[in-house]
Design a protein around this ligand. Structure first.
Ligand code: HEC
Length: 135
């Protein structure tokens, strides 16, 4: 005769778990997803770099990296800008840069403040892969 109330109290005890479980599942799935994104990050750098280059940098640096406006250096030159190391170039991309006698500066973050350091790093990786002469 007390079986109904037993059932009810059992349901009341289990209910929070039933409700929590889907949440826990989502968190577990999200964490797995994040781990996956981290692992994938290294190989996705170039893809990200390509996107950033073709959305922002291409306007001045051109599809072939040779520069589409006067004052933009040719990135395909062996002794050109890409012969500098990553740290120097990253700093110049972040702060903006104008070399002596240059008619035009490289704007800070390519003129897009929302670009992160990681975005610029990825764009640089893409530029090197795409334009830097290997010998
Ligand atoms: C508004 C035009 C413009 C845009 C957009 C632009 N750049 Fe530049 N960039 C320049 C110019 C001009 C220079 C050369 C500056 C100089 O030597 O005085 C330059 C130079 C550079 C250099 C070489 C710096 C050096 O040490 O000589 C790198 C690397 C570079 N840009 C990366 C980028 C990246 C990455 C983007 C996109 C996120 C970008 N630029 C977007 C105009 C631009």
């Amino acid at each position: 005769m007390s079986s109904t109330s037993d059932k009810m109290s059992c349901i009341r005890r289990i209910a929070p778990w039933v409700r929590a479980a889907p949440g826990a599942r989502w968190i577990a799935m999200a964490m797995t997803g994040l781990a996956f994104i981290n692992l994938a990050a290294a190989s996705d750098d170039l893809a990200l770099g390509k996107t950033i280059y073709s959305e922002t940098c291409i306007a001045c640096h051109g599809g072939d990296g040779a520069g589409s406006i006067p004052g933009v250096p040719d990135l395909n030159q062996k002794a050109g800008p890409l012969s500098e190391n990553d740290n120097v170039l990253l700093q110049r991309m972040v702060d903006g840069f104008q070399s002596a006698g240059s008619p035009m500066p490289m704007p800070p973050r390519g003129g897009v403040p929302a670009l992160t350091d990681a975005d610029l790093k990825a764009a640089l990786k893409y530029m090197r892969k795409q334009f830097q002469p290997t010998k």
